[in-house]
Design a protein around this ligand. Sequence first.
Ligand code: GLC
Length: 483
Amino acid sequence: MKKNKRIVFAASECQPFFTSGGLGEVVGSLPKRIIELTNKEYQVDVYLPFYAKINKNYSSIIKFVDSIEVNLSWRRQYCGIFNCQLDGVNYYFIDNEYYFKRDNFYGYFDDAERFAFFSKAVIEVMLKLKRVPNIIHCHDWQTGMIPVYLRTHYYYKNEFKSLKRIFTIHNIEYQGIYSQQNNFIEDVFGIDRNDTYLLEFNNNLNIMKGAIETSNIVSTVSPSYAEEITTAEYAHGLESIILKAKQEGKLCGILNGIDYDFYNPLTDKELVKNYDVNSIDAKKECKKALLEEIGFKETDAPLIGMVTRLVAHKGLEILKNAAEELLKNDIRMVILGTGDPYYEDYFKNLETKYPDKIKTILAFNQGLARRIYSGCDMFLMPSASEPCGLSQMIASRYGTIPMVRETGGLKDSIHDFKNENGNGYSFKGMEPNKLVEMVKTAIKDYQDRDWNNKIIKVMNVDFSWNNSCKDYLAMYNSILNKK
Ligand code: GLC
């Protein structure tokens, strides 16, 4: 009998409990695939903050387990431990109302302290529950203090002697940078003066930098992004640290997958009509219903969708400069998302100017998002940078043809129809006219009878976790076999 191995995932978001985007989707879907694919040889525990904002549908299954005290520098903080099981995954919630009973996940003056507390608590709870894993897999800067603390505070503990540390970067733009004034690292994090160098970067405290330095493997969510972040253009100042990780042989990129049970046009209750690759005609009804829902008249013109955070790295500058040119064509566009007020205003104003052509819906609405994925003809992602991107995969699953800028995970997942393995449209560079050209090609193809074949081709690409989960397992196995 093979001995079971345990992995702990630590993250600040996780479907179906709470999420604001891709991170939560990945953390919510990869663990169960790991368990399934390894036939339970790997067990996965997922540690999360117990936010007040948790999806109430799950409140009743989450049970109190125990409580401990966690020291953060000179502070002693209460830490409640809650647990539930879903699809074979064990979820542990770290409770502290002072830190997590707030309206939002992030955006507070004391975020560094909140997530340092969370990180320390994860380690203490693993010890308390005697569930120290073989691997701890941390996601994004909010959990970056875990490998740092393991190195500085717990290195001597027998329980952790063979524990391997993996840190995954979902977006290098958010690093957890704070001022190191008043010796913050020592005073709030309780890190010894001799170790503060681990977290210091450009005279600030940089949690992601500390995590990279203290992890055995640093991964990111696509192979192309792993290359890109070794350069100043993409690394938001961290290129030297990433390059060093690469030279040490500890950097890799694994493309995300999506949850094929959750994103399934055949069973999705949000759609007016369900379908699969053998019944794509139903997409027409989805389109008709969507047009009505968002306030367009019925039309055969191609409908282009976007579901996105309205922030610069999503390529909104390129889109902005291309938008009026695009709208000269007989198309309809729908944009769903929230974000930077500058872009919210811009796209709202565009709707006022072209009410028959474009709708901008400033909301986070997962139901409407799926009706856009299914009801549109094409899905646009002109991202300036994109670590992986899930929307292009979801759109493909629903038979909506992706149109992307060639960067990061978009480049790794979508190839222009010009190529033999084509499964969408793509453009290079930052010039708005390149985007316009790409869309025009798609509009032209849309008039063709071959369009249905394109839909089928796109739906047949496998973006489930099947492939990527195997890559994660190979990574886990390789690191466990290393001395
Ligand atoms: C972040 C990235 C996105 C990626 C997601 C999940 O949100 O911006 O590209 O798909 O994380 O890894």
